[in-house]
Design a protein around this ligand. Structure first.
Ligand code: ZN
Length: 161
């Protein structure tokens, strides 16, 4: 997304013409690169340029387009890059989605953390019961089944990473 207004705000036709054509102003005008200009006839006023001889004129973007034979977008990119202009515009839809996604992930992380803590609590309680059952001589078959349930919970906890 290119912020053309930002380019126009930051780069003046004077800078663009001088940098790209290498010409310097004489008697307030530049030699026009768009016709065989014997006497400088291109003048600049604020963010516009105009050639009094051939009638060409416009802003920094169409100067760059015309001078290098570029499309509008190519000219924007060239200007932004040559004059170090940040060309990212207002937050795009993409940025907003990324923001929403980050918030959802954060929320999910908190929920997962909660689930893991709940499972940990469950495992701890079952481990205490398992030990008590072992001490009171509960048959191995029951103990093993109980131990397997604890294992399952451990695995289940892994699932919530
Ligand atoms: Zn001209």
């Amino acid at each position: 997304m290119i912020n053309v207004a930002e380019i126009k705000r930051q780069v003046s036709p004077v800078e663009v013409i001088e940098r790209y054509t290498g010409a310097r102003r004489s008697h307030g005008k530049y030699p026009c690169p768009f016709h065989a200009d014997k006497h400088p006839s291109l003048s600049v006023k604020a963010d516009k340029w105009h050639c009094w001889a051939c009638g060409a004129g416009g802003d920094v973007l169409n100067f760059t387009q015309k001078y290098f034979g570029l499309s509008f977008v190519e000219a924007s990119v060239k200007l932004a890059s040559d004059f170090n202009i940040e060309i990212e515009a207002e937050p795009t839809k993409r940025d907003i989605w990324a923001q929403v996604e980050a918030e959802c992930r954060q929320k999910r992380r908190q929920e997962l953390q909660q689930v893991r803590e709940d499972i940990d609590g469950e495992i701890e309680a079952m481990t205490i019961i398992h030990r008590a059952m072992f001490r009171s001589g509960v048959p191995d078959e029951v103990l093993n089944r109980y131990a397997k349930e604890i294992d399952d919970l451990e695995n289940y906890k892994e699932y919530w990473r």
